[in-house]
Design a protein around this ligand. Structure first.
Ligand code: IPE
Ligand code: IPE
Ligand code: MG
Length: 247
């Protein structure tokens, strides 16, 4: 079987990924949920290589939501340490590939271990000059908390007299999101068959196309990514306009 035929001239600039299905992948094998998270790592790194091959410029991976704290303490702790370990093991390889690492989310939350905050800073600093692929980890991320944080910054600027209330427009909000230079996602992919956003990039994905793949995240790879992009390329993006005139 050949590779899915992606039109290289119309590759989405920014792809958002909701990595889902790790727990179900593990359960189906009689393994603990954490084994599913561990198996999600090679899947993610294969997708990163695939994204580079395709010329995708931005890839955002939703790896921990502000709601995921509700999970068992052992699973949450596993995920915190897994992320520390993953950054240590993978940062040089990502740097060598020209990947620039970014984080969006509530990094300063006291529940986030200091060690993880330090590893995030090291990885961001190490890769700061790269631009082959911007890899954004949405960690302790929630779309609503991101908007609340932007509103707080706006309120502070208004209170300080630096901004008129009448000047609060879409651009003023967008400029106060976690990573203002990040372009809006063109495509958001969710694995595991679930069809919801679960609080991912609420503002930024206003006009994204959504592709829902039945594949559980640990089984995902660059080939499934390419299939999702082919599906995206069959869509007609309208941005509120009318259908292209026919005849
Ligand atoms: C996604 O897989 C990873 C995280 C949310 C951290 P899940 O852990 O949500 O897997 P399922 O949905 O239970 O199968
Ligand atoms: C969304 O997956 C969050 C991440 C992928 C990090 P969840 O598995 O947490 O979402 P729900 O609970 O099924 O909506
Ligand atoms: Mg899930």
């Amino acid at each position: 079987m050949g590779e899915p035929s992606v039109d290289r001239a119309r590759v989405p600039r920014h792809v958002g990924l909701i990595l889902d299905g790790n727990g179900r992948w593990a359960n189906a094998r009689g393994l603990p949920r954490t084994a599913g998270h561990a198996q999600g790592e090679p899947a993610l790194f294969d997708v990163i290589d695939g994204a580079i091959e395709l010329g995708i410029e931005w890839l955002t991976a939703y790896v921990f939501s502000t709601e995921n704290w509700a999970r068992d303490e052992t699973e949450v702790q596993f995920l915190m340490h897994f992320n520390i370990d993953l950054l240590r093991r993978r940062r040089d390889e990502m740097n060598a590939k020209g990947v620039r690492i970014h984080f969006i989310g509530e990094k300063d939350d006291p529940r986030v271990p200091d060690e993880l905050r330090e590893e995030i800073a090291i990885a961001e600093r190490l890769t700061a000059a790269n631009d082959t692929l911007h890899l954004v980890f949405a960690f302790n991320y929630g779309g609503r908390i991101e908007l609340a944080a932007a509103a707080r910054r706006l309120a502070a600027d208004v209170a300080a007299g630096a901004l008129e209330p009448d000047a609060v427009d879409e651009a003023a909000i967008a400029a106060r999101l976690y990573l203002p230079e990040m372009p809006d996602p063109d495509l958001v992919i969710r694995s595991s068959g679930e069809q919801r956003t679960s609080n991912f990039l609420l503002w930024e994905a206003a006009y994204a196309e959504y592709v829902f793949s039945p594949v559980l995240w640990p089984d995902f790879d660059r080939r499934v990514l390419a299939e999702c992009i082919v599906e995206y390329q069959q869509r007609e993006r309208r941005f509120g306009g009318a259908e292209d005139a026919i005849g």
